[in-house]
Design a protein around this ligand. Structure first.
Ligand code: ADP
Ligand code: MG
Ligand code: ZN
Length: 639
């Protein structure tokens, strides 16, 4: 936290200054009398010396009167020891101002055999030395003070905490967002709902003339990256009104009252600029249920929320301000926020389906060069679960890759690479052939084998032993698109597929040789099996929901975690989960054992080629055993 750091730094300043100054005082004999070991006071040495000009100095050298020269300050000063023939050749110290460290002077001194010394700038004289020592801390202090000052006066910059509530509001204002509804794709219903808001902002008279109250707040609900911010901007853009935005997390500050004053400022500015749109991102950061959590909640947050509610109540519905808030956790919001007259309208913005993805791809590919045989439908089909932001990122990554490969236009190969990268992370270096590579190959072929042989499993798209992200090898499946309902058989198939890797290690290398590589798979299996028992009623405990309502105390509405499940039931659940996983594992092992020969062959191919695609995998496997056909629902994409 930047502010906190600066605050501490400023608190430390006076302390630091005292320490530094006293250290200087005690360490410099020039500033204070200090008892020496024999008890007498050592007075500062007075090095007062007379001066002479540079010309005179040269004369002195020529006259052979100079015995030594000490040059200071990079050649600008010198202390010269010269003998005075008029005074019994007494040695005098004389100061000379030099025009700089001239090589002629140095040469001259050398020629004359005069001893000279060039001192580094710091130690010109004791007085200057102390100044030099003081200079650094002084600069440091000055710098810190300046830093704190400057960032305080910077609107929107950090350092607001220093002003204790008299903050400049930290929100952004765009007079013209330039975003239109056409830029937001794949969220047709949301757009329809929000079209109305545009009308409210554009022609409020139409509603007020018949006595209608214009709604003040709309809550956009949906996962990150689905285009909520973009939609809000599009509303402002369509209506041609300014767009004020700030994020809920920016409300919450270290000092009580800062967030509330920020809300006040925001509404003040908005009223001056109406009609306009206020967008509050991540409203759940301030709008969580009040009074929840241990210790009575967060005062600052509650004050901020109260201020927000007050402001919303404080302006008339037809004042031309509409507030749009976004969250992905509507369940934790304070119910007061959702009351009529506040955020009483909710619009869902979900991850797009295949048609939605296609239209988003169309929007984002407008300014990109795609190769002629690249079909956007195809991309939409292979990116289930991708949000608008993911798709925009996908096309961008593919474009970057295309440029790096020095190609003219984006082809399927770059899209594939980008999809893989977004889903599973960066590609690593393939392992060299050896025992671990072999084990990884068997593990992956195990997944792919089960995926292909179990009827209800999604078909294999490809298998690879090239590491990516955290994974040492990967098996990709192509899911049936946008499946809303998943059957028991499908869940079981997924469990078996996930166990395929471990089963292969077990069968081929033996029980003692199985590795930690299956850790992720096993976690997945456990969670799937548990959900089947407790959530979906798919075990012989019957169709009852046995979910423990275990939300985090701080985040949820409930003050405490409720646990409605008795110990006896919870033991039964564990038992059922274990049975289910055990049975699936037995079945999986059997399949692996039966297809050992096919696996050996496939592993050889995989080690050599490093990646096998699904079709080739199926073809090789079909030489050994019969493969069930998989029913797929291929969605139609005709609008
Ligand atoms: P959110 O606010 O829901 O987290 P954003 O609106 O910030 O998501 O989306 C981030 C980016 O992703 C947008 O700027 C846009 O480029 C892209 N994007 C997201 N959803 C869509 C969509 N429905 N249509 C077009 N682009 C989208
Ligand atoms: Mg956003
Ligand atoms: Zn695995």
């Amino acid at each position: 936290m930047n502010q906190r750091w600066r605050l501490i730094a400023l608190w430390l300043l006076p302390v630091g200054m005292v320490i530094i100054l006293s250290w200087q005082v005690f360490n410099s004999p020039g500033l204070s009398g200090k008892p020496s070991s024999d008890g007498t006071i050592v007075q500062p040495v007075n090095t007062a010396v007379s001066r002479m000009s540079y010309g005179r100095f040269l004369d002195y050298i020529n006259a052979g009167r100079v015995t030594s020269v000490d040059i200071y300050d990079g050649g600008r000063n010198a202390v010269v020891e010269a003998v005075d023939p008029d005074l019994d050749n007494r040695v005098q110290k004389i100061r000379v101002d030099l025009p700089g460290l001239a090589p002629e002077l140095v040469n001259k001194l050398k020629d004359e055999g005069i001893s000279f010394d060039i001192h580094p700038p710091k130690t010109t004289s004791p007085g200057l030395g102390i100044l030099g020592n003081l200079l650094f801390p002084l600069l440091l202090i000055g710098g810190l003070v300046l830093l704190a000052r400057r960032s305080n006066s910077m609107p929107g910059g950090p350092g607001q905490a220093m002003q204790f509530g008299k903050t400049k509001a930290r929100f952004a204002m765009e007079a013209e967002t330039g975003v239109k509804f056409d830029d937001v794709a794949g969220v047709a219903e949301a757009k329809q709902d929000l079209q109305e808001v545009v009308t409210f902002l554009k022609t409020p008279e139409r509603f007020t003339s018949v006595g209608a109250q214009i709604p003040k707040g709309v809550l956009l609900v949906g996962p990150p990256g689905t285009g909520k911010t973009l939609l809000a901007k599009a509303i402002a853009g369509e209506a041609g009104v300014p767009f004020f935005s700030l994020s809920g997390s920016e409300f919450v500050e270290m000092f009580v009252g800062v967030g509330a004053s920020r809300v006040r400022d925001l509404f003040k500015r908005a009223k001056e600029t109406s009609p306009c749109l206020i967008f509050i991102d991540e409203i759940d950061a301030v709008g969580r249920q009040r009074g929840a959590g241990i210790g009575g909640g967060n005062d600052e947050r509650e004050q901020t929320l109260n201020q927000l509610l007050t402001e919303m109540d404080g302006f008339e519905g037809n004042s031309g301000i509409i507030i749009i808030a976004a969250t992905n956790r509507p369940d934790v919001l304070d119910s007061a926020l959702m009351r009529p007259g506040r955020f009483d309208r909710q619009v869902m913005v979900d991850a797009p389906d295949i048609k939605g993805r296609l239209s988003i791809l169309k929007v984002h590919s407008k300014n990109k060069k795609l190769s002629n045989n690249l079909s956007l439908e195809n991309i939409a089909r292979r990116t289930p679960g991708f949000t608008g932001a993911d798709l925009a990122n996908l096309l961008n990554e593919a474009a970057i890759l295309t440029a790096r490969r020095r190609k003219e236009s984006i082809t399927l190969s770059e899209i594939d690479a980008a999809v893989d990268r977004i889903i599973a992370g960066m590609e690593g270096q393939p392992l060299t052939d050896g025992r671990s590579k072999r084990l990884i190959a068997y593990h992956e072929v195990g997944h792919a084998l089960i995926g292909t042989l179990v009827k209800d499993h999604d078909p294999v798209q490809k298998v690879t032993v090239i590491p990516r992200g955290q994974a040492k090898g990967l098996t990709w499946f192509s899911p049936d698109d946008d499946q809303m309902l998943v059957s028991r058989a499908q869940l079981k198939a997924r469990i078996m597929g996930a166990l395929g890797g471990r089963a292969a290690e077990d069968v081929i290398f033996g029980r003692e040789e199985v590795t930690t590589g299956a850790g992720g798979d096993i976690q997945q299996v456990a969670s799937m099996a548990r959900q089947m028992v407790t959530k979906f009623g798919m075990s012989d405990l019957g169709p009852v929901s046995l979910e423990g309502d275990s939300q985090e105390v701080f985040l949820g509405r409930d003050l405490m975690t409720r646990n409605d499940i008795s110990d006896a039931i919870s033991r039964q659940i564990d038992e059922k989960v274990r049975d289910m996983v055990k049975n699936c594992y037995e079945e999986t092992r059997e399949l692996v054992e039966k297809n050992r020969e096919a696996m050996d062959n496939l592993v050889e191919i995989l080690i050599e080629k490093e990646t096998i695609d699904g079709d080739e995998f199926t073809e090789v496997l079909s030489k050994y055993t019969s493969i069930p056909t998989k029913e797929r629902t291929i969605p139609l994409l005709n609008d």
